[in-house]
Design a protein around this ligand. Structure first.
Ligand code: XCC
Ligand code: SF4
Length: 626
């Protein structure tokens, strides 16, 4: 790529510097491969291609000149809806299978089958067990863990009418779901049913497929992801506000640098324990390093940041570029959002990619299998490998381009309520008084089709200016943090009302609430606020946005937000525009069905205008000043 182009790819100084170095070092990046893929398939972009059976593949001509039906007779509406349904199923499967790993960890703790993992927040364990209807009186911690694990296994199955956390949903919303027959029943059941429905010759009504997509997304939001979040808190501790740092400057030139990447805290928490082991630190020093430095990428990074204050090196589009610093010994991964290219990029330096999960192996990577019995020992092996790699580092090729930026993280709902004095009443009062006009969850990924971090950052800035409190998760966390938006001082960038509230509480106007499964924290908070006000979630002055989303998981998150009653703006077009029926449903029809819909808007100022208009309408309907 030409030099002058680099600023077009990312707003971040560290990204620009590493893109230039990648060019110099002859490293291919995601942006090079995006270019090589041009032009991308227009049928697929519109959702109009189908390969659900081998009579096909088929495609529908969007201009009306060519075929309007697949070989089986499916039209554009059915093909688009089926493709979208499978996308949502894949996203729900990813989050929820991650959630299941936490249930398995809880079970192992309950059975006494692990000494590596334990319960760090017993009060939360008991609170949740009681909430879902278990009798915990007189039971010890292991017995409660066992009973709760069994209860949550039931949420994955097919024998219940609804999922365990259904009572977190406000009554009005529960009734609406019941009337629409979209109450989530069981995670695996609803995912499997989508695979069934989208087989040739099953569900051939686009709207009916979309309604089931809504139900299965709710099984993710209110069960799979919610279980992942709550059990991560129980096992690894409920987050509380703590300072940390972000960007490639968190790498240390004189240290052994290890990055954790992926999504689950199960592996990364053990790596953290190992890097703090004095014997391993001594070995690193013997190898000539000043110590061992751990930092995060993507959502497993968010998990460690929220609970432990471990710094973040970068988000999705920074993962290759982190290796280009030449300062990373090992990236240890679990699953999801790990570009296969990392193995190749690591091979251009002294770096090593370590995989840990039996369900996520990468050809060319080093596999160190983690399980409930060996996790601590395997984590030590990863750190030892990193120390060996450090000896191979070429100091002449190291470039850590920036100084790190301060952030504050750790705003679990428990922490937010504690900061407010134990109840949501002060937050509700601030909303009623119009100091905080509403709240916006700005979440999701990076996508090389969009200038890196541009839409994420500018939408946040526009929202806080309008006195909208912003909650961030996932890769948007890093986008926000790098621009100085995750510190209390950022209140100066907010409108007068929000600024006043933030300064009084000493909190940033942009709160980091966790990883992508932690979007369930936002659902829970909305449920709590709506119940306290005696209204539905759709009546609240809230909205959501995924400005730079790329992942199937983000499609699922967007849909469960909308199906929960939250207006959601996507910054990148979803592959549904080939069907007028599905597009109309998404952009307006859902409003009359579930009380919220999607908008697609890539311009952050226009996206903020859409959100603002929505929040104005909702405030007025509640009898508040707009
Ligand atoms: Fe992945 Fe979660 Fe998206 Fe980031 S935000 S690119 S899904 S790591 Ni979840
Ligand atoms: Fe073609 Fe129908 Fe088979 Fe899809 S399911 S590939 S549209 S024949």
């Amino acid at each position: 790529m030409a030099k002058q182009d680099l600023h077009a790819y990312s707003i971040c100084e560290d990204a620009q510097a590493m893109l230039a170095k990648a060019q110099k070092d002859g490293v291919e990046t995601v942006w090079d491969r995006l270019k090589a893929q041009q032009p991308q398939c227009g049928f697929c972009e519109l959702g109009l291609s189908c390969r659900n059976c081998v009579m096909g593949p088929c495609r529908i001509d969007p201009f009306g000149d060519g075929p309007q039906r697949g070989i089986c007779g499916a039209d554009a509406d059915v093909i688009v809806a089926r493709n979208f349904g499978r996308m949502v199923a894949a996203g729900a499967a990813a989050h929820s299978d991650h959630g299941r790993d936490l249930v398995e960890t809880l079970l192992a703790i309950g059975e006494g089958a692990t000494t590596d993992y334990a319960i760090r927040d017993e009060a939360k364990l008991r609170r949740i067990a009681e909430e879902v209807g278990l009798d915990v009186a007189g039971k010890d911690v292991k017995e409660v863990a066992l009973a709760l694990a069994e209860q949550f296994y039931g949420d994955f199955g097919s024998r219940r009418g609804s999922v365990s956390f259904i009572d977190r949903v406000p009554a009005k919303r529960r009734e609406l779901w019941k009337a629409l027959d979209i109450t989530p029943r069981g995670i695996d059941r609803d995912v499997v049913e989508m695979m069934h429905r989208t087989h040739m010759g099953v569900d051939n009504d686009a709207v009916n497929i979309c309604l089931h997509a809504a139900r299965l997304s709710l099984a993710d939001g209110w069960a799979g992801s919610m279980i992942a979040t709550e059990l991560s808190d129980v096992i690894f501790g409920t987050p509380t506000p703590r300072p940390s740092k972000v960007n490639l400057g968190v790498l240390k030139e004189d240290h052994v640098n290890i990055l954790v990447h992926g999504h689950s805290p199960i592996v990364s928490e053990m790596i953290l324990a190992a890097v703090r082991d004095p014997a391993l630190v001594a070995r690193a020093k013997a190898a000539g390093a000043a110590g061992i430095n751990l930092a995060g990428l993507c959502c497993t990074g968010n998990e460690l940041l929220m609970r432990q204050g471990i710094p973040m090196a970068g988000n999705h589009l920074m993962t290759e570029l982190a290796l280009v610093t030449g300062a990373v010994e090992v990236i240890v991964v679990d699953y999801q959002c790990i570009m296969p290219s990392l193995v190749t990029v690591a091979g251009c330096y002294h770096s090593c990619i370590v995989t840990t999960s039996p369900k996520a192996k990468f050809t060319g990577a080093t596999h160190i299998a983690f399980d409930m019995q060996n996790a601590r020992q395997q984590a030590a092996a990863v750190v030892e490998l990193a120390i060996e790699r450090y000896k191979e580092r070429d100091p002449a090729r190291v470039d850590i381009p920036v100084a790190p930026v301060d952030i504050v993280s750790g705003f679990s709902n428990e922490a937010v309520l504690a900061a407010l004095g134990g109840t949501a009443a002060p937050l509700i009062d601030a909303i009623k008084a119009g100091k905080i006009r509403g709240a916006v969850g700005i979440v999701g990924c990076n996508n090389p089709k969009v200038k890196h971090d541009y839409q994420n950052v500018h939408l946040i800035r526009e929202c806080i200016k309008r006195d909208l409190l912003v909650l961030v998760t996932g890769c948007v966390t890093v986008s926000a943090g790098k621009q100085g938006l995750l510190v209390p001082g950022a209140a100066d960038m907010a409108g007068p009302g929000l600024s006043e509230v933030c300064k009084a509480l000493g909190i940033p106007p942009v709160l980091h609430v966790g990883s992508c499964v932690d979007n369930s924290r936002i659902l829970q908070l909305c449920g709590m606020l709506a119940t306290a006000l005696g209204v539905d979630i759709a009546d609240l002055p809230v909205a959501a946005a995924a400005p730079e989303w790329y992942s199937e998981k983000a499609a699922t998150i967007g849909l469960y937000a909308v199906a929960s009653g939250i207006f959601t703006v996507l910054g990148v077009e979803p592959p549904i525009l080939g069907s007028k029926t599905v597009t109309d449903l998404a952009l307006s029809g859902l409003e009359g069905v579930v009380g919220a819909s999607f908008a697609v808007e890539g311009d952050p100022v226009k996206a903020a205008d859409l959100i603002d208009t929505r929040i104005r309408t909702k405030r007025q309907a509640l009898g508040l000043t707009p």
